[in-house]
Design a protein around this ligand. Structure first.
Ligand SMILES: *Cc1c(COP(=O)(O)O)cnc(C)c1O
Length: 404
């Protein structure tokens, strides 16, 4: 496989790296008999769902489009896979579309549950008569504890709309009870290790522990960075086993997104020009704003590789870090946004127009958020399997026109 054989720009999944992640998740699944769902918010590269299906129990969807993608490309109740939907607030029209697809519906308030419980009851009668499992209903709670630092990713900041806080839960309990509620859900992590889960469970149990024995399942949400090299998988397994032991074998769900796609592929672009303004600035055919928005939003600085043709061969050099090596470049995109800057990088050899730049770890979140801002073409999609590149999809002008 040659990097120069890949059309530029292109997002490329490396299937062996995805499989590596999936096998770690599968290990957790079988070690403690928990269910692991793929959160489509973080990883929606459905061309790989044929692979993911062999390792995971289903998908976690945040609304009708994600649920439809799960249904069409991963599979739902017909093949014993779960489609677990959570939304901060459902509209009538959305519930109608979700009922045929969802296996689990999680509500963000007692009021939303009350509003739709009749429709769910009717659907469940039909499902039962056809021999399918009923749609299970859950409530998302807010245990008032999260270790996530940036407030934009912390669902437990004051004023958060995500999850029922303990005082509101008590009120709802008094008014409506918990009959027909099958499970509780919390999602308070983002890129966390297993020690954060341990501390979070103390709060979850403090506020909601007395209801757990009535439940069929507890959903521990996403944000568990299980496939990261320093993640303590053994500790996770012991936390999950311990929880199951204490609650009579209750079912547990985890729904990681980022951990599925973590370091499983790249975005490759090309150096179109190099200009000078107190430093060398390379203008690429990939954009931070349109193709790697998390570089600006999260924010983070992706690692890169520089790929040049020297004497007919591809020479690959890892970036040495900002200002470390002799040849320093700022990488920017083709939009007119002044801040469309990916970062500053340095190399031992000079950059040339036509060189390829490979941005690592682009298969989760940032690809899901890509857009056609400023009319910038969308990168193609491809995958590498057995060291062979496969082009999956290209985009055209119509993809830009149709969304404006
Ligand atoms: C975002 C989200 C996830 C996935 O989170 P990751 O950080 O990608 O693992 C899972 N569940 C819910 C409810 C979410 O909002």
């Amino acid at each position: 496989m040659k990097y120069f054989d890949i059309p530029s720009p292109c997002y490329v999944l490396e299937e062996n790296k995805l499989k590596h992640n999936l096998s770690i998740l599968n290990l957790v699944r079988s070690a403690c008999d928990v269910k692991i769902l793929l959160a489509l918010k973080g990883y929606a590269f459905w061309h790989s769902f044929d692979i993911a299906r062999d390792y995971l129990d289903g998908c976690c969807a945040s609304g009708i489009y994600e649920a439809l993608l799960a249904f069409e490309e991963f599979g739902g109740r017909e093949i014993q896979k779960d489609i677990c939907v959570f939304s901060p607030a459902y509209k009538d029209s959305e519930i109608d579309l979700l009922l045929p697809i969802a296996t689990h519906i999680i509500f963000n308030s007692f009021e939303q549950w009350q509003k739709f419980k009749h429709k769910i009851r009717i659907k469940n009668k039909q499902l039962e008569s056809l021999g399918f499992c009923k749609i299970q209903v859950g409530l998302r709670v807010n245990p008032l504890y999260s270790e996530v630092k940036p407030p934009i990713y912390n669902p437990c900041v004051s004023g958060s709309r995500l999850g029922i806080v303990p005082s509101e839960f008590e009120k709802g309990l008094q008014r409506f009870g918990l009959e027909d509620i099958d499970g509780l859900h919390f999602h308070t992590h983002c890129e966390q290790n297993s020690d954060a889960l341990e501390r979070t469970l103390e709060y979850f149990e403090k506020y909601f522990g007395r209801h757990i024995s009535q439940m069929k399942w507890i959903n521990f949400g996403g944000g568990h960075h299980i496939t990261r090299i320093d993640y303590d998988v053994d500790k996770l397994v012991s936390i999950l086993k311990n929880f199951k032991n204490r609650y009579d074998g209750i079912d547990i769900f985890l729904e990681p997104g980022e951990a599925v796609g973590w370091q499983s592929g790249f975005l490759i672009g090309e150096v179109v020009d190099i200009v000078y303004n107190q430093m060398n600035v390379a203008i690429l055919d990939v954009s931070a704003s349109a193709h790697m928005p998390d570089c600006l939003e999260m924010p983070y600085r992706p690692n890169v590789k520089k790929i040049s043709i020297i004497n007919g061969n591809e020479e690959i050099e890892d970036d040495k870090g900002n200002g470390v090596a002799e040849y320093v470049y700022r990488f920017g995109g083709p939009t007119c946004l002044a801040g469309d800057i990916i970062g500053d990088y340095s190399f031992n050899t000079p950059l040339k127009i036509g060189d390829r730049i490979l941005f690592e770890d682009m298969m989760h979140y940032t690809i899901v958020k890509n857009n056609t801002f400023n009319g910038v073409p969308l990168p193609s999609l491809g995958s590498i399997r057995d060291d062979k590149f496969l082009l999956l999809k290209t985009f055209q002008y119509a993809d830009y026109k149709n969304r404006n």
